[in-house]
Design a binder for this molecule. Structure first.
Ligand code: ADE
Length: 225
């Protein structure tokens, strides 16, 4: 999978993809991430990419030309399955969307700043708009990093144990059960006996019950059964 990202703050995206699982995905050539600086594509002087909004009002808006030029330049090399704009008024990101996107070949992510991007870019280039939650970030970069992380780990071959993504919270509309490691007795706080008993059927049943209980308690909106 290739994920390209257009941003005015490429520095913000240097670190998140250089560690742990995403680093491994890149090393295994399962995921290729390119970050492009929007200012390299602007026809305006001094790297200008934003301007005042028509009609007045506080806050700058990202101009259409730099974005259109950048997107079209990248499209000369690659056909994108989705061109995604990260924005608080997009559809709320969740595990089913991460699963869907993990099956695509090429994604282009557009990070907004200031008051947002000119509406004409949204109408004519963007194929999907995604929010990572009901709060406003200073820009789309951290949202893009969240999306890339959630999607990247689902690409087949990225996680060592292929089944481990299947037992993540949300994959079966349930939160994950509690987990324990050594020591079995820490300060008198004991690991549940069933996990030490070695009976896989009983352990599976216990984990399922715990998942259902946790989901009902913490996320009644998920309607666990
Ligand atoms: N940009 C600013 N806030 C955002 C959010 N909540 N999700 C996605 N992109 C954003």
């Amino acid at each position: 999978m290739q994920i390209d990202i257009i941003t005015v703050l490429p520095e913000l995206l240097e670190s998140p993809f250089s560690h742990s699982i995403l680093k491994r995905a890149k090393q295994r050539e399962l995921l290729d991430i390119h970050v492009y600086n929007l200012r390299d594509y602007t026809p305006y002087k001094h790297g200008q990419v934003d301007d005042y909004q028509f009609g007045g009002g506080a806050g700058m808006v990202m101009m259409p030309e730099p974005l259109a030029i950048a997107i079209e330049k990248l499209q000369e090399k690659i056909k994108y399955d989705e061109i995604i704009f990260l924005t608080p008024d997009g559809e709320t990101f969740n595990q089913p969307i991460a699963n869907q996107l993990s099956m695509k070949q090429n994604l282009l992510l557009i990070c907004g700043h200031y008051k947002g991007i000119d509406e004409r870019i949204r109408e004519h280039f963007i194929t999907r708009e995604i929010s990572i939650g009901d709060y406003v970030l200073s820009g789309g970069e951290l949202a893009a990093a969240v999306l890339v992380d959630a999607v990247g780990r689902l690409i087949p071959g990225v996680l060592n144990d292929e089944t481990s993504a299947l037992s993540d919270s949300f994959q079966d509309n349930l939160l994950a059960p509690p987990v324990y490691t050594r020591p079995a007795d820490f300060r008198g706080w004991k690991v549940p006996d069933i996990l030490l008993g070695g009976n896989p059927t009983l352990i599976d049943e216990w984990r399922h019950e715990q998942s259902v209980k946790r989901t009902q308690e913490r996320r009644p909106d998920m309607k666990a059964e």
